[in-house]
Design a protein around this ligand. Structure first.
Ligand code: AMP
Length: 459
């Protein structure tokens, strides 16, 4: 039997697209591309379970661009939805790159800035719209988007869209666009809610899964450091940078405040000011885009980001992903570490966890079906004392976790509230946190030394 050569030439794509693919430097189609491109060209509905980094964007864009072919009329023929403006911008950029030898018109619609320019672009005529569901619906309801020519609809990162509460908007969109159309749905994970959505949205779909559900990219080495507190996380991070163990790195934090704290701690003493940026929802849209571009171009070495701000960012050759906090939306672990180890580069994901985060990492390990190897804190890293308030907050969190698992558990921490921990001990020093942590810390206290061993010592 004649073997088909594994190149983009095997697909029925036109010369304009093949040239753009060559310009992009793609030579071999990735597994998701091999499967998705022919099926989509044939008109099938597709359910793709694939993480970022698998080449899923080009997998759906190439056949869609082939179908849209060239500029025609004024109304859009293809709708692509993504959960965040960053991802929308990134997909739109990919459309621009892959469609560069065609006259296909495309626009990115997202919130955070006035709609005037976006409306003008739509009015001039567009073939493909890439949008967040919210902004699309806003403009549709204003009468700015004609939908009668829509032939294809794509939902990218459907799991995240559902997590972010976009379902009502997606339902409204499905009600207003023509029923006869082709649908593609991509999701990094496949929880029950996405499965349900797929029944609603897709007709006899072909399911394409490039890696088993929620398993982490094979090219990513993962490891973990259990630490007593946030300051120790910062100390390890500083150590890893100073020893040159990590270079081009994205640091994920759970909140804006933590992102800012980490930024302040590293900027200057550890990483030259110009080499590090922080992005989160409080940063202006342009600042965020500039920071991402600077990081992508290699002008900035370290990017600190919250999950929402980093959603879908396509940045390659990241040597390390640091989970400064364990994500509370467990699928985000998969998304986060999907930033490294892309396109055959070996990447590394390092996670820091406090005793209060043990609970969450266990859940994540269940989802990814593997135990993340643990490493001892390097000898040269100072283990900081746990401030009283942080210690109390962790104990309370652990208590709540135990209650969640066992409704009959009364809560060691609350019992100790009366009498309250002695106020004068609130010095934020090592001695204070230990004494008052009581039995509530017994589940994690000893193991992590977040009562007794917080000596602030350099071992
Ligand atoms: P995605 O999973 O769509 O976010 O794509 C991840 C990265 O892989 C992007 O930077 C793409 O430009 C790149 N990419 C997509 N397809 C290929 C390919 N066939 N060969 C090499 N790189 C690719």
């Amino acid at each position: 039997m004649e073997e088909i050569e594994n190149t983009f030439e095997q697909f029925e794509l036109n010369r304009q697209l093949l040239n753009a693919v060559a310009d992009a430097g793609y030579t071999i189609p990735t597994p998701i591309q091999q499967k998705t491109i022919p099926l989509t060209l044939q008109g099938h509905d597709v359910l793709g379970i694939a993480q970022t980094g698998t080449g899923k964007t080009a997998a759906y864009l190439l056949p869609i661009l082939m179908k849209v072919k060239y500029a025609q009329g004024k109304l859009p023929r293809c709708l692509i939805f993504a959960p965040t403006r960053e991802l929308v911008i990134q997909i739109d950029k990919a459309v621009g790159e892959l469609a560069k030898y065609t006259d296909i018109r495309h626009v990115a619609l997202y919130g955070g800035l006035g709609p005037k320019t976006q409306i003008e672009t739509i009015q001039a005529g567009v073939d493909i719209i890439v949008s967040t569901p919210g902004r699309f619906m806003d403009l549709y309801l204003r009468g700015e988007i004609g939908v009668k020519d829509i032939k294809v609809m794509i939902l990218d990162e459907a799991d995240k869209m559902m997590d972010m509460g976009f379902m009502p908007q997606i339902r409204s969109i499905l009600e207003v666009i023509p029923r006869k159309r082709q649908n593609l749905l991509f999701s990094a994970t496949f929880p029950e809610k996405v499965e349900k959505l797929s029944y609603e949205f897709l007709e006899f779909p072909t399911r394409i899964e490039v890696s088993p559900q929620a398993t982490t990219a094979e090219t990513v080495k993962q490891r973990m450091f259990a630490v007593p507190n946030m300051q120790t996380k910062i100390n390890i991070l500083a150590y890893l940078f100073k020893t040159g163990e990590i270079q081009k790195t994205i640091i994920f934090t759970r909140s804006k405040d933590v992102a800012d704290t980490v930024f302040e701690a590293l900027k200057g003493p550890v990483i030259a000011k110009g080499d590090i940026r922080v992005i989160h929802a409080n940063k202006g849209q342009n600042t965020r885009i500039n920071s991402m571009d600077a990081f992508r171009e290699g002008d900035v070495k370290v990017l600190i980001s919250t999950d929402v701000a980093a959603r879908g960012i396509d940045i390659q050759n990241v040597s390390h992903v640091i989970n400064f906090d364990v994500p509370l939306i467990y699928e985000d672990y998969v998304h986060r570490i999907g930033r490294t180890g892309r396109a055959n580069n070996i990447g590394e994901a390092i996670t820091f966890l406090t005793p209060a985060e043990e609970y969450h990492i266990k859940k994540i390990e269940k989802i990814i079906r593997m135990e993340i190897p643990r490493e001892l804190i390097p000898l040269d890293v100072e283990i900081a004392p746990t401030p009283f308030d942080e210690n109390q907050a962790m104990l309370l969190e652990i208590d709540n976790q135990r209650k969640k698992e066992d409704p009959t558990f009364k809560g060691a921490f609350h019992e100790k509230k009366h009498p309250r921990p002695i106020a004068k001990k609130k010095t934020g020093s090592a001695k204070s946190s230990g004494g008052s942590s009581s039995k509530g810390s017994s589940s994690g206290g000893k193991k992590y030394g977040f009562s007794k061993s917080n000596k602030g010592s350099k071992r």
